[in-house]
Design a protein around this ligand. Structure first.
Ligand code: B3K
Ligand code: ZN
Length: 852
């Protein structure tokens, strides 16, 4: 495979100011006629290189006449235009949407046609440079059978339409120049939820959410999220929408969450459809967050796009940061921060510590689809957040205003963004730029130093080696901290922002009669790992008294982690300190159930493993269940009291109601861990009586861990009730793949043979196999059956859908973190994958890098 290097970037010799596309639509066969108006920018003649993927060119025309000076170079088309400086180049292609199982380019889903072009899918529709620094105005004409494709949509505005026999046609024009990855087309039998939004300058924008008949009643939450996002971007960033129409289409077969095509977002149904009967609170929040994310891309991504794919985090990191803050504003900021940090630790820290580690601006890639990672997205968002923290809100806004104004209509770089922050925010970010260059999660080692009553904090910073980067320099970062006297004297160091830059740094804390409790990395101000030895009593004190809710959460989590890691490593942990701290936190449940529910949750098995030198999945499962049972027993009456109250009505989506439901789910899990006889019946009662999916799924998931009669009964009822609703059926697969039962590997194997299971639908694949590989003790079953299951899946899926297949590989790449026997089996599976003939570039890159 060919490796592409960031340093090799060179501007293209040609630009394409205008493109006209004509589609003769068919599910089996679609004909595409493309006319590219090309203009030479290079001084000397240069051939025009048009990328293709699976296309053949029957004929090329230049300025209306047949042209013979072209050749194929592999799958690409090279047109020699002699010394011309401008021309209209026409090529016709024929594509087969129904057999496009990769779901890239133009494909069929449930008899409708839709597109996915990011990153390099446009070249599967027509020949084109297909790189983000080529911006064009598009005119798109489509013709198709009226009955099959009553609705015809593309980017921009519909400027003309008409009928011809059984066919009809539409002409769409997008006035905004855009890169090919933002092109979109949809044709099918769809219904719309229509609404509108009046922008800050008083323009009325027509909004449409298009779905299959029968789904329209479940689009209200997405519509509200869209309107809220539009208002938020005006208020917080001063960014107004720039077309008279904004359409969203939901499709069931989609490789990822959604896509920000200009004026025509295309979504996985999972992030559009929601009602209380079928969607959990987590699903509702997912809809709100993803609708906002794609909408925010209109400025951070579309109006200002990326020069090349190495700059991907320019749009993704920034847009995740924007959607995180939006969701925080719509709900509870501390709870949102806890969720974001939990996700970062679950998905990004392991990536940064493993063979696939890469900086947020990578230096090279083989297949760009492999770089839509938690590092680019979530660590990328943390890097933006740190700049926002260093600058403060006003200067950060100056920086973003400068960035948007200066680069509007351009394909920009990460460097452009940092420079705008520097100039707008009046700050030197020279050292900060290392965050774009260096991979790996920095570690801060902290020690307290004392000189009489004067205390200070010594901080050492180290950035671990990652593939290709053995030596690292220290990073600049904002570290928020505070210190409290635990003796009741009231002495404190109030919230302080320290800018770290050196490998070693001393921070004065002030005068304390005895060792103060240190609240550090408050609000998770820097995406780092903090090593700091603290007594259980100190952590418990902070969990109860720290004035920063995130820091209270962290203190309790650290206390739990220390206890669990000790136990899983054969030492004894301080169970009683954990129980007392949970009890203390639980006492605040009435005031803030959402926060309390997050805080009293035990750390995940994977996160416990991340703290160990060698991960022992069986010991972790055993000790985590034991601690859960101990907390369950000790606080039994409290958990029962939580469940005895009435559940908030499922239609109430306030933070408080969501928090109340979350806490009930947590309480049920703690009670179930006690193993008491009445719990299955209690859970079944909640399952049957639930007025919404949050309670129903929580009860089902709890039952799924056990082996009661109620388990089988509930799974059966759930299946019968929702077998025709694909998104809910995904949950049925998922709760079984999440199960803590010892036979989960076999259960997943059997479920893969279920008539409702299919490799053709990425949501279904993720609901079974994605959930399974996140089930640590099951995936790492000692006989290697879990590894085999995932490798078999990758091998079977790769020929159909390489992008989704490649996403399943990273868990197999964590072999260095496990014992030798497991490590050898994981490597053997990676080697077995690599030995398959005809493997995709996606899977080849991920599997070979994972072995290194
Ligand atoms: N930009 C798209 C992701 C495209 C992924 C292509 N493999 C969705 C998003 O981040 O908003
Ligand atoms: Zn995005």
């Amino acid at each position: 495979p060919v490796t592409i290097h960031r340093g090799d970037y060179a501007p293209l010799e040609w630009q394409i100011p205008d493109i006209a596309l004509d589609f003769a639509l068919g599910v089996e066969q679609t004909k595409v006629s493309a006319a590219l108006s090309v203009v030479r920018h290079a001084a000397a003649p240069a051939p025009l290189l048009l990328r293709g993927d699976g296309l053949t060119a029957a004929e090329v025309r230049v300025d209306g006449a047949v042209w013979n000076d072209w050749r194929m170079d592999g799958s690409d088309l090279i047109v020699d235009l002699g010394d011309r400086t401008a021309a209209v180049v026409e090529v016709d292609t024929v594509i087969a949407p129904a057999s496009n199982t990769q779901l890239m380019g133009l494909y069929a889903s449930n008899n409708m046609l839709c597109t996915q072009c990011e990153a390099e899918g446009f070249r599967r529709i027509t020949f084109h440079p297909d790189r983000p620094d080529v911006l064009s105005r598009y005119k798109v004409r489509m013709t198709g059978d009226k009955a099959t494709f009553p609705i015809l949509l593309s980017n921009g505005n519909c400027v003309e339409q008409g009928e011809a026999g059984n066919d009809h046609w539409a002409l769409w024009e997008d006035p905004w120049p855009k890169p090919s990855y933002l092109f979109a087309l949809v044709a099918g039998d769809l219904v719309v939820n229509r609404d509108s939004f009046t922008t800050m300058s008083g323009r009325e924008v027509e909004l449409g959410i298009w779905v299959r008949k029968g789904d329209e009643a479940r689009t209200g939450h997405a519509m509200k999220a869209l309107q809220d996002s539009m208002a938020w971007d005006e208020r917080v960033y001063g960014r107004e929408y720039d077309l008279d129409l904004f359409n969203i289409v939901a499709v069931s077969d989609f490789n990822m969450g959604a896509m920000e095509n200009k004026g025509l977002n295309i979504f996985n149904t999972r992030y559009i459809l929601a009602d209380p009967d079928t969607a959990t609170d987590v699903d509702f929040d997912g809809v709100e967050g993803v609708v906002a994310h794609e909408y925010f891309h209109n400025w951070s991504g579309n109006r200002v796009t990326c020069r090349d794919w190495f700059q991907l985090s320019l749009k993704e990191g920034f847009t995740v940061f924007r959607d995180q803050n939006f969701s925080a504003d719509m709900g509870s900021p501390p709870v949102k921060r806890i969720e974001d940090v939990r996700l970062l630790r679950a998905a990004q820290f392991p990536e940064d510590a493993g063979p696939l580690a890469h900086p947020i601006r990578p230096d090279s890639y083989q297949e760009i689809s492999n770089f839509y990672t938690a590092t680019i997205y979530n660590k990328g968002a943390e890097i933006i957040r740190m700049m926002a923290t260093l600058l403060g809100p006003e200067r950060f806004r100056k920086g973003t205003d400068l960035y948007f104004d200066r680069h509007d209509g351009e394909a920009a770089t990460c460097e452009d963004f940092v420079r705008a922050m520097e100039e707008g925010g009046d700050i030197d970010l020279k050292q900060f730029r290392r965050w774009y260059e260096q991979a790996g999660t920095p570690r801060l080692s902290l020690t307290l130093a004392q000189d009489g009553d004067d205390w200070s904090l010594d901080i050492r910073q180290a950035v671990p080696p990652t593939p290709g980067q053995p030596d690292k320099a220290p990073m600049m970062m904002p570290l928020r901290l505070a210190a409290f006297a635990m003796d009741g004297s009231g002495a404190t160091l109030p919230d302080t922002l320290v800018t770290l830059s050196g490998a070693a740094q001393r921070v004065p804390l002030g005068r304390f009669a005895s060792r103060p409790a240190l609240s550090v990395n408050r609000g998770f101000s820097a995406p780092v790992i903090v090593d700091f030895e603290r007594a259980p009593g100190e952590l418990a004190w902070l969990a109860a008294h720290d004035d920063d809710p995130f820091a209270r959460y962290e203190a309790l989590q650290q206390l739990m982690l220390d206890t669990l890691v000790a136990a899983a490593s054969g030492d004894t942990g301080d169970t009683q300190a954990v129980i007392d701290a949970v009890a203390q936190t639980l006492a605040g449940a009435a005031a803030d159930p959402a926060f309390v529910a997050e805080a009293v949750l035990l750390p995940s098995e994977a996160f416990i493993g991340d703290q160990m030198v060698t991960v022992d999945p069986d010991a972790i499962r055993r000790e985590r269940l034991a601690l859960q049972a101990a907390i369950g027993v000790a606080l039994e009456s409290e958990w029962r009291a939580v469940l005895a109250g009435a559940a908030p009505p499922a239609t109430d989506l306030s933070s408080k109601a969501k928090g109340g439901r979350r806490l009930r789910g947590v309480a049920l899990a703690y009670l179930a861990a006690t193993g008491q006889d009445d719990v299955p019946a209690l859970a079944f009662g909640i399952f049957s009586g639930a007025d919404g999916m949050t309670e129903r799924q929580a009860a089902l998931a709890t039952l799924a861990h056990g082996d009661s009669d109620e388990r089988a009964h509930a799974l059966d009822i759930f299946y019968q009730r929702y077998r025709d609703n694909p998104l809910v059926l995904d949950k049925w697969f998922q709760v079984q793949a999440w199960s803590l039962r010892p036979d989960t590997v076999d259960a997943v194997k059997a479920l893969a043979q279920h008539p409702d299971f299919t490799l053709a639908n990425p949501n279904r694949v993720r609901s079974l196999y994605g959930a399974f590989s996140g089930n640590q003790a099951a995936f790492h079953q000692a006989d290697g059956a879990g590894y085999r299951l995932i490798a078999d899946l990758v091998i079977a899926l790769d020929p159909k859908n390489p992008q989704t297949a490649a996403k399943m590989i990273p868990p197999l790449g964590r072999w260095k973190r496990f014992d030798e026997a497991r490590g050898a089996m994981m490597r053997a599976e990676l080697e077995r994958i690599l030995a398959q003939p005809g493997l995709s570039r996606d899977v080849t890159e991920q599997a070979s890098k994972s072995l290194a």
